[in-house]
Structure formats: structure tokens, C-alpha cells
Design a protein around this ligand. Structure first.
Ligand code: SAH
Length: 204
């Protein structure tokens, strides 16, 4: 998976590559899908949600430019796969999931794997998690109609926010970088995610 889908498609960050090699993706999928865990595709994780395609997870993670010191906010814990990836690459992760059952499963698995730098919360992530703000990096793994304003407010100066923005059927991956006086936006390519539902996302 890593050689073909990650390095072969241009992911160059050695830390991201090492983390992808380390984390066993098959632990994060349903027992019935274990033989597809390393496929070049997204996979269902229940409740109509999906575990992102490996390349997309790597691309988004690389775009955050993590060095190991960061406090990161994640929206959409889902299976916890992306959360584990972040936990390998930054100082601590704060991850919000809307669906209690997914968050609970992720907690069990991430504890079993021994991660001690992950805090999980059940709720609407579109309002952010103000208690621990500001964040050096924010990653949203569900598609939004536009960038939720609270996330911009909770991004530190010098911080990066990576989020899929666009219509329900297809989105563009956007990176927003905060400078002292403004926000700079870059487009990183096309993607397709399930909907980010909530106050500053799509309506429930
Ligand atoms: N990154 C996950 C996949 C996420 S799928 C993984 O690696 O498995 C998108 C997730 O976003 C779903 O679990 C969905 O329930 C969640 N979600 C949707 N809207 C949300 C919101 N407003 N706040 C938090 N989580 C949300």
C-alpha cells in the first residue's frame, strides 16, 4: 500500500510515510472487510460513514506540515485511523465525532494501541473545541459547504487548516494558512467525502 499508493503518488514526507507503515489499517475496519483494508479506496465503517482512502489520508496529513510539536484538532474521528496517524506525528490530538458509537469504538481501539496523546469528544465539531484552542493544525475529514468560521477563529497564527469544500458529490481539498493579518487559501485537488453535518456544515 505505502509503496504504490503513497510514495508512488508523490507523498514525500518521511514522517508521514513511516506513520503509514506503522499503523495497521486492518484494525480499523469491520472484520468482514479485513481483506480490503489496504485497497486503494475508502471503506464503510457503519452508520453510512467511511474510512478515507489511504492516499487521501496521507495527502491531508502531509498538507498539515506536522513536525511533532503541534496541538491538532480533528473533525470526524470515524474509525480513528486518521486520529492514530496524527497522534504519531504531533504532540496531541483533539478529535470530535458526531456519532457516539463511532467515537466509543475508536476510543477502545486507540486505547488498546496505547496512544496517550488523544482526547476524544462527541458533539458538533463545526463549532470547534474552544476549550483547547488555539490549534496549530486543524483537519476536517468530512465535506463542508464552506469553511466553518469557528475553525478559523480557533486556528493559531502560523497554523494550517485542511478541509474538503464543495458540493455534496465532489469537493476540492483546501488548505487555509493563518498569517498575522490574514488567511491564505490554496487548492490541493479533488476529493469526495461524506457530509459534515452541523451548525456550520450541512443541515442534518
Ligand atoms: N477520518 C475518519 C473518517 C471520517 S468519515 C476515519 O479515518 O475513519 C466522516 C466522519 O465525520 C463521520 O464519522 C461522521 O460521523 C463525522 N462527522 C460528520 N459531521 C460531523 C460534525 N459536525 N462533527 C464531528 N464529526 C462529524
Amino acid at each position: 500500500m505505502v509503496q504504490e499508493q503513497i510514495i508512488g503518488r508523490g507523498i514525500g514526507d518521511a514522517r508521514v510515510i513511516a506513520a503509514m507503515r506503522k499503523i495497521s489499517r486492518h484494525l480499523f475496519v469491520d472484520p468482514g472487510l479485513v481483506n480490503r483494508a489496504y485497497d486503494d479506496s475508502a471503506l464503510p465503517i457503519g452508520d453510512k460513514q467511511t474510512l478515507s482512502q489511504p492516499y487521501i489520508a496521507a495527502r491531508m496529513t502531509e498538507a498539515l506540515r506536522l513536525t511533532g510539536m503541534e496541538k491538532v484538532l480533528e473533525l470526524g474521528t470515524g474509525s480513528g485511523y486518521q486520529t492514530a496517524l496524527l497522534a504519531e506525528l504531533c504532540f496531541n490530538v483533539f478529535s470530535v465525532e458526531k456519532l457516539r458509537a463511532l467515537s466509543r469504538n475508536a476510543r477502545t481501539l486507540l486505547d488498546r494501541l496505547g496512544y496517550q496523546n488523544i482526547a476524544l469528544h462527541v458533539g458538533d465539531g463545526t463549532i470547534g473545541w474552544s476549550e483547547h484552542a488555539p490549534y496549530n493544525a486543524i483537519i476536517v475529514t468530512a465535506g463542508a459547504p464552506n469553511v466553518p468560521k469557528p475553525l478559523l477563529d480557533q486556528l493559531s497564527v502560523g497554523g494550517r487548516l485542511v478541509i474538503p469544500i464543495g458540493a455534496e458529490q465532489a469537493q476540492i481539498l483546501i488548505r487555509v494558512s493563518r498569517t498575522r493579518s490574514s488567511f491564505k487559501e490554496e487548492q490541493l485537488g479533488e476529493c469526495k467525502f461524506v457530509k459534515l453535518l452541523g451548525k456550520y456544515g450541512w443541515r442534518d
